[in-house]
Design a protein. Structure first.
Length: 633
């Protein structure tokens, strides 16, 4: 890895030109990605790569393209508010010498004797979030908070190479409910049916709810490694979750370079990414909600209709049993390659494969012209392979539809293949359409349905020639799925409306409904394969040699939680009023209940379902409000 990095830096140094341009990433949660997506729906810019984040230089080029195209295509003209948002976004990337109090940063540049421009930029920001949840029947109020101060520095060395680093500290509290215990292997196999070599690994673990004060599946870990409890701050006080007040840190950085007029882009760094998403935040492959990890990536764009992206990095363990014990069985690298093709603005298709493998010098997985999925056959069956594809059909000015698939493991030999647990995959379909509303900007309506099968993103324990312990190879990083944010054996219907309003600052607002259904991971009516800690052993994969097979019947094979989530909210960015502040709020209700079946869970029978309300699987109605602010957003 060191040799690769040195070669990367030397090649950059030899090609530094005269004018500085920033190639550092624009974070994937920046609202500019939504704005660009809406402009693309209008046909104002060409189809863009599904490998995000983009660099600042690329974002500025896209916005300039949109404004230029809008002047030439009056029938898809932007509203005055939309044009103002684009120009303000473009202006936010511009730098002026000295201290800028509105941005909370300082900027300097100078030109060397050989004519190369060097820049330096440094600043700080602060974000605070407070959220409360009130359970209507139990009269139960729970609160949480997430507060982070970040300092950063960045710079350009000529027009081809840029660097960035940030460091931050945070105070957080995100209490969860302890729901029960579960086994990695299906409990029905405890009495001798588990592969004897793995039986000692079937140790029960605790199942927790999502953080109670926050809307389900919205709270994101911002700390690196572990947290420090307020009552035990020391070098030995590493813990996995802030049930009470706790402190944490984060450190991110990158070095990036662009060559051949952006036809080749190379980045090395630790940051969040999103690949192969039909719309922002929807990826089944590498989701924006996943934790950041260090990786070296490259993007090649030889033609406007053909792109290739590749990434290889090192994943991070989840500290449940201590800094040494937890990491001993999770020493994984991750490699992914994706090829994209499009026909004008009407069709976009991406296809790729990925590999999670215990760390070793496996150069074939990193080579972008080889498929990880097929290359495994050359090096041995020790790793976790996947295939994925996304198809987007779009008509400019009308909208788009898309479909995505992520295949973890399948067996096409059985006549009842879709009811087998070993059929591990995720599917998604969606549609999005711009809605022209006078005086509003970038209004959009979207609907999507996502289905995650049992055991998807999980993997059986593996003994490899390079490690003594049983190694974990689940599709996770720091305990969080690399793919979609829901756990296995779930589905989701999401309906959302977004829009913006100009009034001094920019007011972005949304309304959203979600229905999420998920198999119970714990308790007497648990459904196997419903958690990222689940393991489908070799026993349970088929009925050969008299061994049992595990079957699935979504909603009809055990207890399932149903969540109906209604929320509205918005964000008011006050920089247009020369105030370096952004305020945001989300409020709504979550109605949650369980259904069960009239029979034994996890059997081959598809039973009828009925609603239940027990101490083990209760019905709840929670009112949730989340408020916060960003200083120097």
């Amino acid at each position: 890895m060191k040799k690769i990095l040195v070669c990367f830096l030397l090649s950059v140094a030899l090609l530094l030109p005269l004018v500085a341009q920033s190639h550092t990433a624009v974070p994937v949660d920046n609202p500019v990605y939504y704005v660009i997506e809406q402009a693309q729906l209008k046909g104002l810019c060409p189809v863009l790569s599904e490998a995000k984040p983009y660099s600042q230089h690329k974002i500025k080029g896209i916005i300039n393209t949109i404004l230029s195209a809008e002047a030439e295509l009056p029938w898809v003209a932007l509203s005055s508010a939309e044009r103002a948002i684009l120009r303000d976004t473009l202006a936010s990337f511009e730098k002026t010498e000295g201290w800028n109090w509105l941005k909370g940063e300082t900027y300097q540049e100078h030109t060397t004797e050989s004519g190369i421009t060097m820049t330096f930029n440094a600043g700080a920001s602060w974000q605070s979030v407070a959220s409360g949840s009130y359970e209507f029947l139990g009269k139960d109020f729970v609160w949480g908070t997430d507060n982070w101060g970040i300092a950063f520095a960045s710079g350009d060395m000529g027009s081809k190479f840029s660097w960035y680093i940030d460091a931050g500290g945070g105070l957080m509290k995100a209490p969860r409910q302890e729901l029960g215990t579960a086994y990695p292997f299906y409990e029905g196999f405890e009495n001798g049916d588990i592969d004897q070599a793995r039986k000692d690994q079937n140790v029960p673990y605790t199942v927790f709810s999502e953080p109670i004060p926050f809307f389900p599946y919205t709270f994101q870990k911002h700390w690196d490694g572990s947290i420090f409890k307020a009552e035990n701050i020391s070098s030995s006080g590493f813990y996995d979750w802030p049930e009470g007040i706790a402190f944490g840190y984060q450190l991110n950085g990158e070095m990036a370079a662009s060559f051949l007029d952006d036809a080749i882009f190379v980045r090395a760094g630790r940051l969040q990414r999103e690949w192969a998403a039909g719309t922002a935040g929807s990826s089944l492959v590498l989701n924006a909600a996943a934790r950041p990890f260090f990786g070296i990536e490259a993007n090649f764009e030889p033609f406007s209709w053909l792109r290739l992206a590749t990434l290889t990095g090192i994943l991070e363990y989840y500290n449940q049993k201590g800094i040494s014990i937890s990491s001993a069985t999770f020493q994984n690298a991750f490699s992914i390659t994706m090829v994209e093709a499009n026909y004008k603005n009407y069709l976009q298709f991406s296809l790729g494969s990925s590999a999670i493998f215990p760390k070793r010098l496996e150069l074939g997985y990193s080579f972008p012209l080889l498929s990880q999925f097929f290359y495994q056959n050359n090096v041995g069956d020790f790793d976790n392979m996947s295939l994925f594809a996304t198809l987007i059909l779009q008509y400019p000015g009308i909208g788009k539809i898309w479909g995505s698939a992520f295949v973890d493991e399948i067996d096409l030999t059985s006549p009842e293949l879709f009811n087998q647990d070993r059929m591990m995959y995720a599917l998604q379909v969606g549609a999005s359409a711009p809605i022209p509303i006078p005086k509003l900007a970038f209004s959009n309506f979207s609907i999507q349905y996502t289905k995650l099968e049992p055991y998807v993103y999980t993997h059986q324990l593996v003994k490899t020639p390079w490690y003594e312990a049983w190694m974990e190879e689940a599709y996770v990083n720091n305990g969080i799925s690399l793919g979609y944010y829901l756990p296995p054996n779930s589905d989701e219907l999401k309906i959302r409306f977004d829009s913006s309003l100009i009034g001094g600052g920019v007011f972005r607002f949304h309304a959203q409904y979600q229905m999420v259904r998920h198999g119970a991971e714990y308790g007497s009516r648990a459904v196997d394969g419903s958690g990222l800690n689940s393991t489908l052993d070799t026993t349970g994969r088929n009925d050969k040699e008299g061994k049992p097979m595990l079957w699935k019947h979504f909603l009809h094979d055990g207890a399932y939680q149903w969540q109906h989530i209604f929320k509205v909210g918005g964000e008011f960015n006050m920089q247009g009023l020369n105030v370096p502040l952004s305020l945001f709020l989300d409020t709504g209700v979550v109605y949650s209940y369980y259904t069960d079946i009239n029979g034994k869970p996890n059997s081959a029978v598809r039973y009828d379902i009925h609603k239940i309300n027990t101490s083990e699987y209760p019905t709840e109605t929670r009112f949730i409000t989340t408020v916060g602010f960003k200083l120097y957003p």
